[in-house]
Each structure stands twice: as structure tokens, then as C-alpha cells.
Write a protein that binds this ligand. Structure first.
Ligand code: SF4
Length: 287
């Protein structure tokens, strides 16, 4: 039996059902300027979108490896120019699940009733605290966009989750029952916890040990609340095993494959040169 060090890949080859996700960076374009965004500012001005044929052929390969869940991340994947390619992938693959990770701006400001026709699409809405803290990190007005977007998606009965990134500035606020109740009152019943990581090493990262302890304490307090919580940073929420924390594989627009989101230079292979299976075989140890 192969012993892959990356949890997602180990699960893939073991054939077990899991929530592992192949994440496409469908565009790097984004009009916002959140503090600590790992996409370089210059790159966020480029309107390039992932190639349609590349997207479909990659999904075909990944499907054969057993991946059922796909992420559309960015930049901002929900925008006038980026939406068509992702909708095309979702309609071509009705038996797979697609998840947008969005800042909510487009959804809040536009008619998005077309999403009703895509039952296999779900949404992660980025929110990093109560309004003051959130807007301090993500820019003025971000909180209102998320709340408005969430209301619209709820009215359309679309699956949505709050995507909360934990950093020193917000850890005690977001890991509080007050904040959890705040999210529940606004219709979120699923929360995805992520860890703020930044290669610039700007001191905003919470040390792993502290994060693990605080998440555990929070998990114990909120165990009986009507909310589904998930963490890919410290292992699945109800186990919190940092040794088994990775569950995503990332793909850059140019075909570079990574297992770290924030470090775009940590590339394990390029899909224009090799198959996904070959890249995984080349990079992970067997025992
Ligand atoms: S919304 Fe996302 S992509 Fe845009 S600046 Fe903020 S973190 Fe970066």
C-alpha cells in the first residue's frame, strides 16, 4: 500500500470517500485588496481566465482518480468574465460538486438567479469577523456584501458556508459563541475554518499550537450547536489531528500543481507536461 504524505492524495489512492477538493484558480483578477492576500497585487489586475479545454480535461483526469469535489477559487471567481467557464464545467459534470470561494461582491450586486439551474454548485463566503474586524481586514463594505450575498443564496436555497480565515487579529473574536450565533442568525449553518498564512511572514499568523488548542476548546463548547464545522488546517473538525490536515490540491491557471495554497512557487508538476497521476507518482513516497 502506498504511503502518501499528503492526506488528500493518500485518501485518493485508498479509494475512500472524503471531502478532498481539487481547487482551480480560475482567474487571479480581483478588485479588492484584502490585507495579506497571497495573490500578488499586480496579478490581481489580470483578467485572464482558465482555459476551457484545460479545465474540462483536468476534471476528466481527476474524476478517474476519484476526486468528486472541485473548488473555483481566485482571485475572485464570481465576476462577469470568470463565471461562464465555471458554469460550463458544472453543467458538463452534473454528478460532481463545485464550490465557489467568493468575496460576495458580484452576488450581492447582480441578478444571480441563474445559479438556480446549477444544483451541483455550492458557495464559500469569506467573512473574517463582525463588521468592524471584517472590514478592517477585507476592506470597507465587504461585510455588507457577504451578508447580502448570503441572503440571496439562502432565498435560492443554495448550499453556502462561511469561510473564516483565522489570524492573530480575529482569533478570539471568531472563535467565540457570540460570533457563531451571529453567523447562525444570518442563515449560515456550515463553517469552514482556514488558517491565515502568508509567506511575507508579517506576524499575523497564529502559531499552530495556539490554533490547535483554541480550536479544540471551541469545538468542545459548540459540539451540540446546529452547525456543521470543518477545518482543513488542523484536521477534520471533530478529530483535529494536525498530522492529517491537508485536503486540497491547487491548480494554477498555467497548469502548475501545488499542495500549498499560499506558496505559489512550491510546484509539484505542470499538467501541460505530465498527467496528474504521473505528477502524484513522481512526488510522493511509497512504503
Ligand atoms: S477577495 Fe480574495 S482574491 Fe480578492 S483581495 Fe481579498 S483575499 Fe485576495
Amino acid at each position: 500500500m502506498k504511503n502518501y504524505s499528503h492526506t488528500a492524495i493518500r485518501r485518493l489512492f485508498s479509494g475512500k470517500i472524503s471531502h478532498d477538493v481539487l481547487v482551480f484558480e480560475v482567474t487571479y483578477h480581483c478588485t479588492k485588496n484584502c490585507r495579506g492576500c497571497y495573490i500578488p497585487k499586480e496579478k490581481r489586475k489580470e483578467k485572464t481566465v482558465i482555459d476551457e479545454k484545460f479545465l474540462l480535461s483536468t476534471i476528466k483526469q481527476a474524476k478517474k482518480l476519484g476526486i468528486r469535489n472541485y473548488g473555483f477559487f481566485g482571485g475572485e471567481p464570481i465576476s462577469e468574465h470568470a463565471i461562464p467557464v465555471s458554469l460550463m464545467a458544472a453543467s458538463e459534470n452534473p454528478n460532481l460538486t463545485f464550490i465557489y470561494c467568493t468575496n460576495g461582491e458580484y452576488v450581492a450586486a447582480n441578478d444571480v438567479s441563474f445559479f438556480k439551474n446549477y444544483p451541483n454548485i455550492a458557495f464559500f463566503l469569506s467573512i473574517d469577523g463582525f463588521e468592524g474586524t471584517n472590514d478592517n481586514i477585507r476592506g470597507k463594505g465587504s461585510y455588507s456584501s457577504i451578508i447580502e450575498a448570503s441572503k440571496k443564496l439562502k432565498d435560492m436555497r443554495r448550499a453556502q458556508s462561511a469561510f473564516v480565515t483565522i489570524r492573530k487579529e480575529n482569533i478570539d473574536e471568531v472563535l467565540s459563541e457570540d460570533f457563531l450565533n451571529h453567523l447562525l442568525e444570518r442563515g449560515f449553518n456550515y463553517i469552514q475554518w482556514a488558517k491565515y498564512e502568508n509567506n511575507a511572514n508579517n506576524g499575523e499568523e497564529v502559531p499552530n499550537e495556539e490554533l490547535h488548542t483554541k480550536l479544540k476548546g471551541f469545538r468542545d463548547k459548540t459540539m451540540k450547536m446546529p452547525v456543521f464545522q470543518n477545518s482543513d488546517i488542523m484536521g477534520e473538525f471533530f478529530c483535529l489531528d494536525p498530522e492529517n490536515s491537508q485536503n486540497k490540491i491547487y491548480l494554477s491557471i498555467n497548469g502548475d500543481m501545488r499542495i500549498e495554497r499560499e506558496d505559489m512557487s512550491e510546484i509539484i508538476g505542470n499538467l501541460n507536461e505530465k498527467t496528474m497521476k504521473d505528477i502524484l507518482d513522481d512526488n510522493f513516497e511509497y512504503s
